[in-house]
Design a protein around this ligand. Structure first.
Ligand code: NAD
Length: 500
């Protein structure tokens, strides 16, 4: 059985740990590989490698760092299919979806190749007589990234290119459920010319995470995953004096106004709710039609589309949606549908009993698309993140009720409104307490040169990921005030210096 190891100092190693766990192919339901789980010593080795590499990398001119990222970008373009196949074999998503994920990650590499521009800083001449002042953004040192299963390439790529472009060295702890993509990223960065120790991967679970959170040489931690773990990471790393950005779970609502193009809204909901089997932090899991008339018309359009969803393995390139990531997650998602039914909601399309007909994939972790009507705020399936292909309908009579509903939820990652009315759209975008907003765009994932991050229980910490927020997170600002002898005052000054 293939054993997936760590990547330390540009070399793949299985380290010293004796622990490992199986890695499943969700489409076949079989454990096809195993991943080693790092011990504290393995983590220490990776951090030590990154620490040794840091001074030289921090001194490397940004343009040279950018050129390495530029070569890495070209490798990603050329080998996108290879990476996508690895992702699908461990995550289960369709090939096109995996290609989409890699493309969105690659865009952050493109952004980071502008390192010399991004790090230009600010300069004020003659702030006092003969005195100049300038701000420089300097790297933090060794930083860590801890990432979730649902985007095994894209989420690491939200962090790594920006951190490296800014002059930091990196230790990544990817999800133990789909660990292989991280090794390809490491090998390709090395091939692009990245010096040893600048980017390292430790595979593992809570033991590895805790070793990173308590390591005195880790300066900052970037985390993406579920909210309880995001809170734990934020609290523990902050208590240890580290800078932290910790992105958590989501429950994203899409408001459909009576004037919306309902065919457009229904198609948008199909991709946003069922794409990637709903295992996206920006998936729309709640549709909020305003008025019963809109709800009925929307359901009428959605039902036939959900019934013909092509659910299959990535090997079948015509699949719209793949399996869930594990058997345990499949059971959890089924449990949420059961709970909605028990609490009085109406299951309109029921995916619980879906059986994969394709030979060789009968034991995969597949579930059918599910549509639930008459969901209310108090139901478990509404309060909690399901992370599966389950769309809930919460009916509301007025726009303001839809806004109040969204404001009542503890998650605030993304949201969308579908309307033809510019006034309503503008009001929604400015008043809604959610981090990322779409107007007739169901999954408003910001481009690499903007920043990604939710509000409330969807993000802990002050800086969102990539874009200028990413640059701010991975650098510290130093302000230098300089005077040359020709501007020197002759007498000693004992009062607070004023330059004006
Ligand atoms: P998860 O929280 O279970 O795991 C994320 C990472 O934390 C993994 O690397 C895992 O090994 C580690 N981890 C798990 N339990 C831990 C513990 N007890 N102590 C320390 N570390 C631990 O999340 P997941 O199931 O891999 O991913 C799905 C979740 O991620 C969903 O909630 C989804 O909304 C969220 N997510 C959020 C965003 C965002 O941008 N807000 C993006 C993608 C995914």
């Amino acid at each position: 059985m293939t054993r997936i190891g760590h990547f330390i100092s540009n070399t793949i190693t299985t380290g010293s740990s004796i622990r490992s766990q199986p890695v499943f192919n969700p489409a076949t339901g079989k454990a096809e590989k195993e991943v080693v789980l790092a011990s504290k010593e393995d983590v220490n080795e990776a951090v030590a490698a990154a620490k040794v590499a840091w001074p030289a990398w921090a001194k490397t001119p940004p343009l040279r760092r950018a050129r390495i990222l530029d070569r890495f970008k070209m490798i990603l373009w050329d080998r996108m299919d290879e990476l996508a196949e690895v992702i699908s074999s461990e995550h289960g998503k369709t090939h096109d979806d995996a290609v989409g994920e890699v493309t969105r990650g690659l865009e952050v590499v493109e952004f980071a190749t502008a390192a010399p521009t991004l790090l230009k800083g600010e300069f004020s001449r003659n702030v006092g007589s003969g005195v100049d002042s300038y701000g420089i953004r300097q790297p933090l040192g060794v930083v860590a990234g801890i990432t979730p299963f649902n985007f095994p390439a894209m989420v690491p790529l939200w962090m790594v290119p920006v951190a490296l472009a800014c002059g930091n060295t990196f230790v990544l702890k990817p999800s133990e459920r789909d660990p292989s993509a991280s090794l390809l990223l490491g090998e390709w960065l090395a091939e692009a010319g990245l010096p040893e120790g600048v980017f390292n991967v430790v595979q593992g679970d809570k033991d590895a995470v805790d070793a990173l959170l308590h390591h005195p040489d880790i300066q900052a931690v970037s985390f993406v995953g579920s909210t309880p773990i995001a809170q734990y990471i934020h609290q523990t790393a902050s208590a240890n004096g580290k800078r932290v950005q910790a992105l958590g779970g989501a429950k994203n609502h899409m408001v459909v106004m009576p004037d919306a193009d309902l065919d457009m809204a229904a198609n948008a909901l199909m991709g946003a709710a069922f794409g990637s089997a709903g295992e996206r932090c920006m998936a729309i899991s709640v549709a909020v039609p305003v008025t019963d008339t809109v709800a009925d018309a929307l359901i009428e359009r959605l039902v036939p589309k959900i019934e013909v969803l092509k659910i299959g393995p990535a090997a079948d390139r015509s699949s719209n949606m793949g399996p869930l990531v594990t058997q345990a997650h499949l059971e959890k998602v089924r449990g949420y549908i059961d709970s909605a039914e028990q609490q009085g909601a109406k299951i309109i399309v029921d995916g619980r009993s879906f059986q994969q007909p394709m030979q060789g994939y009968e034991d995969g972790f597949f579930i059918g698309g599910t549509l639930i009507d008459n969901v209310t705020e108090d139901m478990t399936a509404y309060r909690e993140e399901i992370f599966g292909p389950v769309l809930s309908i919460v009916r509301k009579p007025r726009y303001q009720d839809a806004v109040d509903l969204i404001h009542g939820h503890h998650y605030a990652n993304g949201t969308a409104i579908f309307t033809r009315d510019g006034d309503t759209a503008r009001a929604f975008a400015s008043e809604i307490d959610v981090g990322m907003v779409g107007v007739n765009v169901p999954i408003p994932v910001p481009m690499a040169f903007h920043s990604f991050g939710g509000w409330k229980a969807s993000m802990f910490g002050d800086h969102a990921m990539h874009g200028m927020e990413g640059v701010r997170f991975y650098t510290r600002l130093k302000t230098v005030t300089s005077r040359w002898p020709s501007g020197l005052r002759t007498n000693p000054e004992f009062s607070m210096p004023t330059l004006g």
